[in-house]
Design a protein around this ligand. Structure first.
Ligand code: ADP
Length: 395
């Protein structure tokens, strides 16, 4: 009996999923969960497939516990949960694969060193992704670890979509638009092909709206363009990130207002977006419950920007057949979905208010020219599938 483990390690949380393999070798979720509050008050909650909590642990004095110590604990529990199973490999979400890594691959020292050089391009994510790989290598040096890149799904986009309008030689040096959330979009493309194969063959925008947020325009399930670019800072307004910004602002902050590069980075990544505009919270749910007019303005701007970017992507794929909402806001926040769709009514989107309020799978009316879906993403399953493929190919 065999198993694989998926890890998605972020700055303050680690998501994990344990999959056993069925007779055909397909991954079947056995348990999954999250360690949250790393650095403040870590708490590990794991659930079995039926949703029941199988582990709920916090740590007295956990403020000083880093990713490595928490992963060791998680590993101890996972070992017990998967007793009798051979764990074939651990798959990791790695946010940035740069220009060189377009497909999942087994981690070795050379790959780790190459991925390390990309940390400045994804400072919120990449260092934590790599820290988890290192922590597990120290615990179980023999266990294969597979890196699955968020940039990979966008790798084969038209060359034009990868270019920034800056001097040519910089493109050759890797200063180009990569795109992120690729594991999520790949999963959504596969799932849409099961739910509505006709629409999946056409022109679709997937909206991954979570703390990080982006849109991806696809044709036939392949990425054509996406709102994130060189870094995961570009595009939509996010929880704490600004999204697209006039680069003149960045220059002004530094040359006229005396901010250091580190201060600007901190501001754009951690103090902007919903948090910066509302002054209340980075969390969409908290904003919708707030009476502050600034919170309402932050939501309105989030919606405005999402609709604006969707309009731009509709031009890139020359029309639209389907729209899919996913991630924390996309899957759960009916009012935000309704407001974005209302701004896209001109494109032929009509929402069934009742279906939308229920977070139903299909939320467009039967007469809507564009089919609109809510599909929960599953990056962990995508990681498990890629991990198994790499293990099989190596066998
Ligand atoms: P991450 O990018 O960190 O994985 P998530 O996909 O979990 O983020 O999305 C977090 C966002 O989703 C937050 O803004 C949160 O308010 C929102 N969200 C999560 N659950 C709900 C819900 N039930 N209703 C409304 N918004 C929600």
């Amino acid at each position: 009996m065999k198993a694989v483990v998926s890890l998605n390690s972020g700055s303050s949380s680690i998501k994990f999923a344990l999959f056993t393999l069925d007779d055909e070798g397909a991954p079947v979720l056995s348990a999954g969960g999250k360690i949250e509050g790393i650095g403040i008050a870590p708490r590990l909650v794991a659930r079995s497939v039926d949703g029941s909590v199988v582990l709920d642990r916090d740590w007295a004095g956990g403020v000083g516990l880093g990713h490595a110590a928490l992963l060791e604990d998680l590993f101890g529990w996972a070992g017990g949960h998967l007793e009798g199973y051979e764990v074939l490999a651990i798959g990791h979400r790695v946010v940035h694969g740069g220009t060189d890594f377009a497909a999942p691959r087994r981690v070795d020292d050379a790959l780790l060193a190459a991925l390390e050089t990309l940390c400045p391009l994804a400072p919120l994510h990449q260092p934590h992704n790599l820290a988890a790989i290192r922590a597990i290598a120290a615990l179980r040096p023999d266990l294969p670890q597979i890196a699955c890149f968020d940039t990979a799904f966008h790798h084969d986009r038209p060359e034009l979509a990868t270019r920034l309008a800056i001097p040519r030689e910089l493109h050759a040096q890797g200063i180009r638009r990569y795109g992120f959330h690729g594991l999520s979009y790949e999963y959504i493309a596969r799932r849409l092909a099961e739910i509505d194969p006709e629409t999946a063959k056409g022109r679709v925008i997937a909206a991954h709206l979570g703390n990080g947020a982006s849109l991806c325009a696809m044709r036939g399930g392949r990425s054509v363009d996406t709102t994130m670019g060189f870094t995961a800072l570009d595009g939509l307004m996010m929880g704490t990130r600004c999204g697209s910004i006039d680069p003149g602002v960045v220059l002004h902050l530094q040359t006229q207002m005396g901010m250091s590069a580190a201060e600007v980075e901190q501001m754009l990544y951690r103090k902007s977006g919903l948090l910066g505009v509302s002054g209340v919270s980075s969390d969409m749910r908290a904003l919708s419950e707030s009476a502050s007019p600034d919170a309402e303005e932050a939501i309105a701007l989030f919606v405005w920007r999402a609709a604006r970017e969707a309009g731009a992507l509709i031009a890139c794929i020359e029309g639209l057949d389907g729209l899919v909402f996913t991630a924390g806001i996309g899957e759960n926040h009916a009012a935000v979905r309704a407001r974005i769709c209302a701004r896209l009514a001109w494109a032929g989107i009509e929402i069934d208010a009742d279906a939308n309020a229920r977070n139903a799978e299909r939320i467009s009316t039967p007469g809507s020219r564009i089919a609109v879906y809510v599909i929960p993403t599953d990056e962990e399953r995508m990681i498990a599938l890629h991990t198994l493929n790499v293990v099989k190919a190596a066998a």
